[in-house]
Design a protein around this ligand. Structure first.
Ligand code: FES
Length: 141
């Protein structure tokens, strides 16, 4: 089978789906490879991501990786969440087929964009946070 059981599980029963109207930070990113879009919403209290949700117009792998990424990010500090890579998300799902690896960028990039938005809204420094909007087509995403 091309997809691991964990991928199938998170695709069939995605966790933390939906719009969060009172989010502290919202990140919206696009995937240059396929044109799909992702929105991530976060709630932050005392520097901890206490709640997180996502909405995606993406493929099954995008849904599964977003679901896993939200589970991994919940309860983490903002700094820890910033270090969550698409590779770590894919590994937590027991891997993705190589041609679907780009799909996992949506969740990791969306999370970083949401944290960036949170920091801007709260007058905090965004130094060192790289936000990819999927625009350049050169970065390998
Ligand atoms: Fe676009 Fe997977 S094909 S996110």
């Amino acid at each position: 089978m091309a997809y691991s059981e964990k991928v199938m599980d998170h695709f069939m029963n995605p966790r933390n789906v939906g719009v969060m109207p009172d989010a502290d930070g919202v990140g919206e990113v696009g995937n240059a490879k396929c044109g799909d879009i992702m929105k991530i919403f976060i709630k932050v209290k005392d520097n901890i991501i206490t709640d997180i949700s996502f909405q995606t117009f993406g493929c099954g792998a995008a849904i599964a990786t977003s679901s896993m990424a939200t589970e991994l990010a919940k309860g983490k500090s903002v700094e820890e969440a910033l270090e969550l890579t698409n590779l770590a998300v894919a590994e937590a799902l027991d891997g993705l087929p190589p041609i679907k690896m780009h799909c996992s960028n949506l969740a990791a990039d969306g999370l970083r964009a949401a944290i960036y938005d949170y920091k801007v809204k709260n007058g905090m420094s965004t130094e060192g946070i790289e936000v990819c909007s999927g625009c350049c087509h050169d970065c390998g995403h």
